[in-house]
Ligand binder design. Structure first.
Ligand code: HMG
Ligand code: MG
Length: 305
């Protein structure tokens, strides 16, 4: 089976990676991290969230971070937006795309955004309309696309329902989130089987957390099905404050390494990515968790075989 030749990577580290961190990371460190990511060659960077600072204190500085980063031409800069108030804040800064975030689990939806799924869709209706009027692209996340930390396994038909609701709102893309990192390749197959006729795999982004070490296996299965857009987090940072047990996202460097070794282009320079990872983990006072970075030998690190 042929694999997509060009892989699109969104680094969600500055947002998903940092939102769960208890120790405050300074605006300067966040800006330097994002600037380094811009230089690494990732297609998109999820810079921050315009959510309530009471709910996610770490990202209360989204406005300041956006104002200070250096934009690199060709890189898409995006942020999470939960409501119209968040959109108004986002419109004050220069960004290319917003991401609204629904869930396939009622309990997670209430815990994460204080709304039922249907309430959240209604809330997002005006957000998407206004964003479109300002020529912003809109990503629609579906969290708990495989399982929920509170409800357990999620039936893929519920994901299809929410995907339909988001598409009806006019989102430009659907991002499927395995929020707590339970997915294995057969879950990915079931998910895309269920979406058949509504969404082609190539029209989706896959957002995997690597809690159980199965994210790369799931990526490979998704690539076989035609998915070429993936979220990952530099250094494997990540988690969701409203999803107990959710560990880091799939590490961007591990994703890049696997794709490049299979001759699927990512456009990402691993050494530049390592530099970004070193910077943010030093700011957090820990070491990089990504497997590739920690592998022995310069050969492995540079991807030469
Ligand atoms: P709420 O408390 O119901 O909001 O929270 P509210 O509308 O009742 O407002 C309460 C106060 O918050 C008001 O202030 C508002 O002005 C303020 P007060 O009058 O009391 O002084 N407020 C805001 N301030 C700044 N920016 C805003 C904003 N909105 C309200 N945008 C709300 C509802 C949706 C705001 C809240 O629940 C929230 O912010 N939730 C976000 C939680 C979050 O960010 N979770 C993590 C991201 S999701 C995730 O990680 C999953 C993902 O990675 C995919 C995957 O892994 O599957 C995407
Ligand atoms: Mg996530």
């Amino acid at each position: 089976m042929s694999l997509p030749q060009d892989i699109r990577i969104t680094d969600v580290g500055p947002r998903d990676g940092l939102q769960n961190e208890k120790s405050v990371v300074s605006v300067g460190d966040k800006v330097a991290f994002i600037n380094m990511l811009s230089l690494s060659g990732v297609a998109e960077i999820e810079v921050s969230s315009f959510v309530s600072p009471t709910w996610v204190p770490q990202l209360g500085d989204a406005d300041e971070v956006f104002t200070n980063i250096q934009r690199r031409e060709g890189v898409v800069y995006s942020a999470l937006v939960p409501n119209l108030k968040g959109l108004m804040r986002a419109l004050e800064v220069k960004l290319d795309k917003i991401a609204i975030f629904a869930a396939a689990s009622e309990t997670f939806s209430r815990k994460n955004i204080n709304a039922t799924i249907d309430e959240s869709i209604e809330r997002y209706r005006m957000v998407v309309k206004e964003a479109k009027q300002s020529s912003l692209r809109v990503r629609g996340y579906i969290s708990c696309a495989v399982a929920c930390p509170y409800e357990g396994p999620i039936d893929p038909s519920r994901v299809r329902q929410v995907a339909q609701q988001l598409l009806d709102l006019g989102v430009d893309e659907i991002d499927l989130g395995d929020t707590i990192g339970v997915a294995v390749p057969t879950d990915i197959e079931l998910l895309y089987d269920e979406l058949e006729g509504l969404l082609d795999p190539s029209q989706t982004t896959l957002h995997l957390h690597n809690t159980r070490g199965t994210a790369l296996a799931s990526v490979y299965r998704a690539m076989e099905l035609g998915v070429f857009s993936f979220d990952a987090s530099c250094g494997g940072l990540g988690g969701c404050p409203y999803a107990p047990g959710a560990a880091g996202n799939l590490a961007t460097e591990d994703l890049v390494y696997m794709c490049e070794q299979m001759d699927c282009q990512t456009g990402v320079d691993l050494e530049k990515l390592f530099a970004a990872g070193r910077h943010i983990t030093a700011a957090l006072g820990r070491s990089l968790t990504g497997r590739v970075f920690n592998a022995d030998g310069e050969e492995t690190r540079t991807g030469n075989s």
